[in-house]
Design a protein around this ligand. Sequence first.
Ligand SMILES: Nc1ncnc2c1ncn2[C@@H]1O[C@H](COP(=O)(O)OP(=O)(O)OP(=O)(O)O)[C@@H](O)[C@H]1O
Ligand SMILES: [Cu+]
Ligand SMILES: [Mg+2]
Length: 682
Amino acid sequence: MSTTHEHQQHTDHSSMDHDHDHSGHSGMDHSMHMGNLKPKFFISLILTIPIILMSPMMGIDLPFQFQFAGSEWIVLILATILFFYGGMPFLQGAKMELSSKEPAMMTLISLGITVAYIYSLYAFVMNNFVPQTAHVMDFFWELATLIVIMLLGHWVEMNAVSNAGSALEKMAQLLPNTAHVVDDNGDTKDVSLQEVQEGQHVLIKAGEKIPTDGTVVKGSTSVNEAMVTGEAKDVEKEQKDTVIGGSVNGSGTITVEVTGTGESGYLSQVMTLVENAQNEKSRVETLSDRVAKWLFYIALAAGILAFIGGFITSDLSTAFERMVTVLIIACPHALGLAIPLVIARSTSLGAKNGLLLQNREALETAKNADVILMDKTGTLTEGNFAVNNYRSFSEDYTADQVLTYISALEQNSSHPLAIGILNKAEELSLDIPEASDVENLPGVGLKGTVDGKNIKVASVSYLNKQSIDYDKNDFNELSKQGNSVSFLLIDEKNIGLVAQGDQIKPSAKSMIQSLKDQDIEPVMLTGDNQQVAQAVAKELGIDDVHAELMPEDKEKMVKDYRDNGQVVMMVGDGVNDAPSLARADIGIAIGAGTDVAIDSADVILVKSDPSDIMHFLTLAKRTQRKMVQNIWWGAGYNIVAIPLAAGVLAPIGIILSPAVGAIVMSLSTIIVAINAMLLKID
Ligand SMILES: Nc1ncnc2c1ncn2[C@@H]1O[C@H](COP(=O)(O)OP(=O)(O)OP(=O)(O)O)[C@@H](O)[C@H]1O
Ligand SMILES: [Cu+]
Ligand SMILES: [Mg+2]
């Protein structure tokens, strides 16, 4: 079971309807190569102040400004330092964008500052060394403020990303992080990962994350190490093999002697979460890059036209001035903040509402969701099973012995059904033997060896498929009462059963109603038997129910819906849900669920409350709306200002005064910032 691999496939699949490129990071993922912008921003700010004071803005002297003999030299020197020091991150970014042939934000900024700088140099030379010419307007003021505001924007953006990272870290700590430590008597105890010590033995059940580095001392399994090594291939592990903390156990149960420190595995787990979030390239971010790319071409074209127009109607100097004005005004100050601010706000709102977003793209896809497929056990129900009945069909075994054998296998399972059974066994103080070669049979149950016997705990659908006899009336009676029934098979012979009941989560019913109100069709997919499934569905108001499904059946259902052109959300918690979570457009895992499910999902409901799905949908919708609004506010300024600056209306005497342009530009930046902060979900 290679979940990460499947996740990869999943992203490939979803590219049917939109182009999100995980490979195309390079040119646009500014934060990766910009280093620490904080000192850069402050030093640039200090350099900028004297420039603002001593240099005219777009050729206009502001009331607080002053000049003195030689002050233009100070401006020149400061601006030169600023251009190379403060502008470097953008110049480097532009180099990367251009080398991948994707001119965007960085190229536009670089073009603006480079033209401003070079033209200002030219103006400086003309004004100071060629006295006969008319005064040539320089752009040192614009150059300086441009660089400072851009540095601020990117610093905020990077902060947003790393804040999201630390929010994630906090959230991840809320997820269960215990290891099952085996003591000398063979009993297991759940211990917080920080307390696990080298040399201890830990039990790792199917679908669980391997908590620490170690050596296998018992059992065999296959392990998916993709999270750690990046290679999406299952690796077979048997005794004496080493396992890596953070990798995910397949279907076998193993005992491992801890060799790495207790924390390393867990920490790496958190770190991967955070890293994934940081590397995540949301398509909405790309949207602003796309807008910037268009602005780049528009600005370039407008700049050239302005130059030609200016040259025809006036002189070379006016032509240059207009071109530079256009390029500078085209620079998307506000656009640089439009998306990062919304993302920062949205991530922290999500965290406050119990949502851990592993894949921010889910925020975008959500608005198109047509159908939501939901697992039953542990998702819509508590997964707090209580044994209502257990019995033997064989004269060779008592009912208690049936429960004992089942418990022997269940000790190796992380399934909610296992907990109910083990609680009952403990209540009865049953002496449980040790099982070996335990393997999870997803969608069916468990198998293993106890007292030299081949034992299985299996579902009714397995018995049906294998044509193993059981009393149908008896089974129907139990399951109609809402019991999940598991059979004990010894050498494939039906020996007994255990029947357990569960409760529906309190918030589930109103959530289903809200989903229907939003025209999202709820469908229940469960591995449990028909009768229980129907009972729960009826109670919740779900009309479409599919029961007795194997994990691959669930996955196929997701696929069928998607092939039908529908956008599928899938909510689940178990090993049996992992493939479908990865396959769905939006996979949502229950925080208390198994590690594989969590790894395969895009969103984690940390509080394990299904009604947080509604929070997610609201957050997604509002985030999306804010992004679009902010892009309009950010780019709208450019759309209006560029043609004016280019002199489109010059023939009728209207030409955008550069000072007014600069003021409107600042206004649009402020609007974008305030608008982002107004994002709320209640
Ligand atoms: N650890 C286990 N102990 C006992 N029975 C099990 C176990 N695992 C699976 N089964 C049997 O297999 C059936 C299917 O299990 P599966 O995990 O696929 O679904 P589920 O947990 O019952 O339901 P859902 O898919 O809604 O979570 C269970 O209903 C049960 O009969
Ligand atoms: Cu700008
Ligand atoms: Mg489940």
